[in-house]
Design a protein around this ligand. Structure first.
Ligand SMILES: [Zn+2]
Length: 122
């Protein structure tokens, strides 16, 4: 069952949602609901300690591989790949373990590089 309630969002976000709605022929409500789902998943990952798995994606340049490796808790990593595109490196690690250890690794990496993304898969 759907609940209806009024919300206020910035005009720029409204325009983005409206444009996406027209381009993808998707109801604005569904776009907002899917965005909320992703946000809630990310917040719950941080708010509640749990066993977790997901992808840590690190994009960087002019940082040595060794420095990156030192920031990652190796016990969490199940698989890893590394992609080079010109000067830019992308490292993708499939991690599994406690959410607080994953968060520590993300915080450690964030102190070194500008772009760290975690995609929870739980
Ligand atoms: Zn999680």
């Amino acid at each position: 069952m759907k609940k209806r309630f009024g919300i206020s969002i910035s005009e720029d976000k409204y325009r983005v949602i409206d444009e996406l709605s027209r381009k993808t022929n998707t109801a604005r409500s569904l776009i907002v609901e899917k965005a909320l789902e992703a946000y809630i998943t990310a917040i719950k990952h941080k708010a509640e300690k749990h066993d977790c798995c997901g992808l840590i994606i690190v994009k960087y340049k002019k940082v040595s591989e060794e420095e990156i490796t030192r920031k990652i808790n190796k016990e969490l990593v199940n698989a890893e790949t590394h992609i080079h595109e010109g000067e830019v490196c992308v490292r993708i690690a499939y991690v599994k373990g406690s959410s607080d250890e994953i968060e520590k690794t993300i915080t450690n990496l964030s102190s070194l590089v500008a772009s760290v993304t975690f995609v929870p898969l739980d």
